[in-house]
Design a protein around this ligand. Structure first.
Ligand SMILES: *Cc1c(COP(=O)(O)O)cnc(C)c1O
Length: 345
């Protein structure tokens, strides 16, 4: 694919803002009088590294991706929005996505005035690449796929995703926000030799750091270059970069949290599936599960009264009477199950 042929002309021609710390690439300077910062209150007086180099070195190690194939953003939501702004001409282009899926793709499309084409998954939430590709046209600049998918929890078939990557003359975004909970291989490996694939990941889920707002995108260097050009210069704060670095260095701790969550998921789903309210519990590869219950609204209200909040997905396509429930710690999960055991219609 000719990447430049699908980039908005104004972005291709964009001369990005050049900040003081961009021009100074490191070295042995000690006196910084280049950015109108205060000399007081070190180190917070200093702007953060716009390219997050130290953090990317650690991400590269942990994720096995070369540093120049990594974009770091203010949550993966920033990466999603930037993809629209690089590729989609407002009022002309469109994106296509599976349905049901993560709500931010549509919100970003609406904000950017880009048509959003939602293509339903099969009834069992599996992906039909032909149906998705049939909904595209020459103005389709991106397809959004989420695996494991939110809110359904299942992983999409790798072969079907590869067919889409190989056939679309546009960007394929594979959102792996929950990939750390899955035993399937990541699409990170596939960015080599494919210049239309962007893989998203985040520190908000398995890394237990939603509060610092740290998202990542992995892609061919040509795409990363465009993303860096369009992002705000200092898009990730010094505090977030520092915290993210510290968290990534505690890889062992995160693996243990993931193991515990997966064991709890086994236990909770087993118990939930035996409850009288449970009509169907869908297979999950993530840190949550989707279940169809007798009445999603009534069970939801009942749980709220008990101080337990789950996500009612009843109004979402293919999810009537479904609740999406996050796996908490043992105590929280017990509170959920105990409450539901005493639920009466
Ligand atoms: C939670 C989630 C994210 C995370 O977004 P951040 O902005 O990184 O917090 C991304 N994609 C999906 C599908 C999610 O469910």
């Amino acid at each position: 694919m000719d990447l430049n042929s699908i980039v908005r002309p104004n972005i291709l021609n964009l001369k990005p803002y050049s900040c003081a710390r961009d021009e100074y690439g490191g070295g042995n300077a000690t006196v910084f009088l280049d950015a109108n910062e205060s000399p007081y209150n070190s180190p917070l007086n200093r702007y953060p590294d716009p390219l997050q180099r130290e953090l990317k070195r650690e991400i590269a190690k942990v994720k096995g991706v070369s540093e120049d194939c990594i974009f770091v953003g203010n949550g993966s939501d920033e990466a999603i929005d930037i993809i629209f702004r690089i590729f989609c001409i407002p009022g002309t282009d469109n994106v296509t996505a599976i349905e049901p899926t993560y709500g931010m793709y549509r919100v970003c499309a609406d904000i950017n005035n880009v048509e959003y084409r939602a293509v339903p998954l099969n009834d069992d939430y599996s992906l039909n690449s032909e149906r998705l590709l049939a909904a595209t046209d020459r103005n389709t600049k991106a397809i959004f796929l989420c695996t494991p998918n939110n809110p359904t929890g299942n992983s999409l078939d790798r072969g079907e995703i590869l067919k889409i990557i190989n056939r679309l003359n546009g960007i394929v975004v594979v959102d792996e926000a929950y990939g750390d909970f899955s035993s399937l291989p990541s699409f990170r490996e596939d960015i080599k030799g494919k210049n239309n694939l962007i893989v998203l990941n985040t520190m908000s889920k398995a890394w237990a750091a939603a509060g610092i707002r740290l998202g990542m995108a992995f892609a061919d260097n040509a795409i990363i270059h465009l993303m860096n050009k369009v992002k705000y210069p200092y898009n990730v704060s010094r505090l977030s970069q520092k915290e993210a670095l510290a968290i990534l260095k505690e890889k062992e701790r995160t693996s243990n949290w993931i193991k515990t969550t997966l064991a709890e998921r086994e236990r909770v789903t087993r118990q939930f599936s035996q409850l009288p309210i449970c009509i169907r519990l869908f297979p999950t590869d993530a840190n949550f599960f989707l279940a169809r219950v007798t009445s999603a609204q009534r069970v939801y209200n009942y749980l709220v009264q008990r101080g337990i909040v789950v996500r009612n997905r009843d109004k979402i396509a293919l999810c009537n009477d479904c609740l999406r429930i996050t796996i908490g710690n043992e105590e929280e999960n017990n509170a959920l199950i105990d409450a539901l055991k005493s639920y009466e219609e």
